[in-house]
Design a protein around this ligand. Sequence first.
Ligand code: SAH
Length: 253
Amino acid sequence: MKPEVLLSRIRIVLCRPSHPGNIGAAARAMKTMGLSDLRLVTPKQFPDPEADTRATGAVDLLERAKVTETLAEALQGTVLAVALSARRRDLGPPVGTPRETVARLLAAAAEGEVALVFGNETSGLANEEVLQCQAAVTIPTNPEFSSLNLGAAVQLLCYECRMAAFAGAAPLAGDGATPFASPPATHDEVEGFYGHLEAVMTTSGFFNPQQPGRLLPKLRRLFGRAGLEKDEVNILRGILSATQKPTGHGRKD
Ligand code: SAH
C-alpha cells in the first residue's frame, strides 16, 4: 500500500482541547507530515481565529475537521486506537514508545482506519478514554518535566508515522540534495590529503614521526566520519599549502 494512503488512514483525535491555538498547531503538524484526518471531541472553542492563525497553511484541515460529542463517535470504524499519555496508569493498555507503537499502527492501517488519541492540555486523557484504546504511548522525556505541549506531541507522533510509512526513508522536500555538495573524494584523493597533512604536521613540529602515538589513526577516524567530498579535500589541501608558503599573502617564489 502506498505510504500516502496509509497516512490518510490515521486519525488524529484531540479530546476536549481547551486552547484553539493548539488545534491549529496540531493541524499544521499533521499537514507537514502528510496526515489529514483531524477529529475534535467537544473542543472548548472551535472554530476560532486563533486556530486558523496557528494552522497557517493548514486551514483546510480545520475546515474538514469532524467535531463529535464523544470519543466513541470519533473512533467509530477504527481497527486500532492508541492513547497518548504522559502519566503512568494502573489500568489501561500496555504502554510502548512512539516508534514501536507507530509500527504497529501502520501495520493496522493496512487493514483499516486507525487513530492516535490525545488528551486535554491540563487534565490529559480520562481513564475511560484511555480504556477505549487498545494500545498506549508515553513519549520518553525528562522524568522531572514530562508533559509536552499538545501540538508538540502531535508533531512528534505524526513524524514517526511518516518515517514508518516510508520505511524510514521519507523523501525530503525538494530532491534532498545539498546545493553545494560535490562528488565524494576518491580513496587516492583522501590518501593524498593524509600524506600532505602528515608532512605539514611534521615540518611544523606538531607531529614527531619517531614517536607517532595514535595521532594519525585518530585523524583518519575523524575525517573518515566526515565522509569527505572532492571540494572539501581541495579546501583542506589549500589550507595546508598556504601554511607551507613563506608568508600568508601572495606568492613569493
Ligand atoms: N497534564 C497532562 C498532560 C497534558 S499534555 C497529564 O498529566 O496527562 C496534553 C496531551 O499531550 C496529553 O494528554 C497527551 O495526549 C499528550 N502528551 C504530552 N506529553 C506527553 C508524553 N510525554 N507522552 C505521551 N503523550 C504526551
